[in-house]
Design a binder for this molecule. Structure first.
Ligand SMILES: NC(=O)c1ccc[n+]([C@@H]2O[C@H](COP(=O)([O-])OP(=O)(O)OC[C@H]3O[C@@H](n4cnc5c(N)ncnc54)[C@H](O)[C@@H]3O)[C@@H](O)[C@H]2O)c1
Ligand SMILES: [Zn+2]
Length: 393
C-alpha cells in the first residue's frame, strides 16, 4: 500500500476547484463522447491521443472542442503520460489498439504496457488522481453464458477451431453436447478470451484492479459490449461491425458475414457508454468494481446486415462465405443488472442509434470502402479462416 497516494473519494459537489479530467483516446469514438459528457458536467478536459493513422487519416478530428487541451502523444511514452496526467483529478483511459488485426506485439504494447506505464507514472510521482475509469471489453470473457434445455446454465468455452472448420458454430452443452441458447452474461463469467486483443484487454483490467486494491486509489473497469454511433471511424476496416457494413453497402458491395450469420452481439449506442463512464466516475459505490455496459439485448449479425441494407435503401444481401475468426465468441448478451443498480439504463435503442449513425455518415462526404483489402490481409494471416462446409454462396 502506498500511503502517499491520495485516495480520497471523489465527490463532485464538495469540490471547490473545477474538476479536471483526462480522456485518453479522446479523439476516438467512445473517448470523444466522454469528453462531451464530461464537459456537460462543467469539468475541464484534456485529451491524450496519438491520432492513429488508420483511425484518423486526416489528422485531428473537428469534433474535439477548442477549449479541450489536446496532448498529441502516445500511451507507450512515459513523457507523454507525465504531461497528460499533471493536474488531473479523474482519468478515463480509452486509448487502445483494437479489432481483429494480425499484429500481436502491438496489442500488448499499446494496451497492457500503456496501462502499466500510466499506473507507474501515477505511483512514482504520487499524483493526486482521485479516480481511474478504464475501458475494458466484453472480449475478456471466454464466451457468453448459455442455457441447455436439459442441463441448465453454463458459461461457454472458446469453440475449438476443429469444430468451426466443420461449420458447426453453435456453442455446445458441455454435458450433452447439444447446441445451446445464449443467455445474458454476468461479470462472474470466466475471463480468458482467446485472441490477442482479448488477452491485452484482460491484462489492462487486471493491472488496474490490482493497482486499486494495492494502493487504495478508486478504480473502475467497464466491460463495454460492441459500441457504435457517430464518429466511429469510417476509415478503419478492422473495427466496428456497423461502420464496416455501412461503408460496404454505401459502395454497393455486400457486407461479409462470418460463420452462418446467426452469431449475435449486444450493440450499445456510444452516448449510453459515455453516460456510464460519468456515472461510475461520480459514484463511490462503483469503486473497485468491474461492470458490464451494454443493453441486455442482442441482434444476430446476419439480421443486422439486412436491416442496415434496408435502412440505407439498398437491395443487397450479405455475403456469407462460411468463414470464421478463431477465438471469436458466438454470442454475447451483456447482463447489465450490476450497473443498473447504480442507476444506469441504456436510452438509445438500436433502430434510433442506427438512424443517428446513418445521419452522421451521410454528412461525411465520400465514404470509401477499405474492408476488401483488409480482408485479403486477414485471410493471408489466418485471422480469418474458412470452414470446409460452405454455408451459402
Ligand atoms: N468500440 C467498441 O465496440 C469497444 C468495445 C469494447 C471495448 N472498447 C474499448 O473502448 C476503448 C475506446 O474504443 P473506441 O471504439 O472509441 O476506439 P477508437 O479507435 O475510436 O478510439 C481509440 C482512440 O485511441 C487513440 N489511440 C490508439 N492508440 C493510441 C496510443 N498508442 N496512444 C494514444 N492514443 C492512441 C486513437 O487515435 C483513437 O482516437 C478502447 O479501449 C477499446 O478497447 C471498445
Ligand atoms: Zn445439455
Amino acid at each position: 500500500m502506498n500511503g502517499q497516494l491520495r485516495a480520497a473519494a471523489y465527490d463532485g459537489t464538495s469540490m471547490t476547484r473545477q474538476t479536471t479530467a483526462l480522456v485518453t483516446g479522446g479523439a476516438g469514438l467512445i473517448g470523444s463522447h466522454i469528453v462531451d459528457a464530461a464537459r456537460a458536467e462543467g469539468w475541464q478536459l484534456r485529451v491524450l491521443d496519438s491520432l492513429e493513422r488508420q483511425t484518423h487519416p486526416n489528422g485531428r478530428p473537428a469534433w474535439i472542442p477548442d477549449d479541450v487541451e489536446f496532448v498529441h502523444g502516445d500511451v507507450r511514452n512515459r513523457r507523454d503520460w507525465e504531461r497528460a496526467l499533471d493536474g488531473v483529478d479523474i482519468v478515463f483511459h480509452e486509448a487502445a489498439y483494437g479489432g481483429y488485426m494480425p499484429e500481436i506485439a502491438k496489442f500488448i504494447h499499446v494496451n497492457a504496457y500503456g496501462t502499466a506505464l500510466m499506473l507507474e507514472t501515477i505511483r512514482n510521482r504520487n499524483l493526486p488522481i482521485r479516480k481511474i475509469v478504464m475501458a475494458s471489453s466484453q472480449a475478456v470473457y471466454n464466451e457468453g453464458a448459455y442455457g441447455c434445455a436439459e442441463h441448465g446454465h453454463f458459461y461457454g468455452q472458446t469453440r475449438p477451431v476443429a469444430q468451426l472448420e466443420r461449420g458447426e458454430y453453435d456453442v455446445q452443452c458441455p454435458i450433452c453436447e447439444m447446441p445451446s441458447t445464449p443467455v445474458p452474461t454476468d461479470e462472474a463469467a470466466p475471463m480468458g478470451g482467446e485472441n490477442v486483443y482479448a488477452i491485452s484487454k484482460a491484462d489492462q483490467e487486471r493491472l488496474l484492479i490490482s493497482f486499486g486494491r494495492a494502493t487504495g486509489l478508486p478504480v473502475v473497469a467497464l466491460r463495454y459490449s460492441c459500441t457504435y454511433g457517430p464518429r466511429q471511424s469510417i476509415f478503419n476496416p478492422y473495427t466496428g461491425v456497423i461502420a464496416i457494413f455501412c461503408t460496404r453497402l454505401m459502395n454497393d458491395v455486400p457486407p461479409v458475414v462470418y460463420e452462418d450469420g446467426r452469431q449475435s452481439r449486444d450493440l450499445v449506442f456510444v452516448e449510453d457508454v459515455a453516460r456510464a463512464n460519468i456515472l461510475v466516475a461520480t459514484d463511490d459505490r462503483a469503486n473497485g468494481g468491474v461492470y458490464n455496459v451494454g443493453t441486455g439485448n442482442a441482434v444476430e449479425i446476419g439480421t443486422l446486415a439486412r436491416t442496415l441494407a434496408t435502412q440505407l435503401g439498398k437491395d443487397i444481401e450479405p455475403r456469407i462465405p462460411g468463414e470464421f475468426r478463431p477465438g471469436e465468441m458466438r454470442a454475447l448478451i451483456s447482463d447489465i443488472s450490476q450497473i443498473r443498480q447504480l442507476g444506469f439504463a441504456p436510452k438509445v435503442d438500436l433502430a434510433t442509434g442506427v438512424d443517428r449513425y446513418l445521419e452522421w455518415i451521410a454528412e461525411q462526404g465520400d465514404v470509401g470502402e477499405y474492408f476488401s483489402n483488409a480482408e485479403k490481409r486477414l485471410r493471408k494471416r489466418n485471422v480469418v479462416r474458412k470452414s470446409s462446409e460452405r454455408t451459402s454462396a
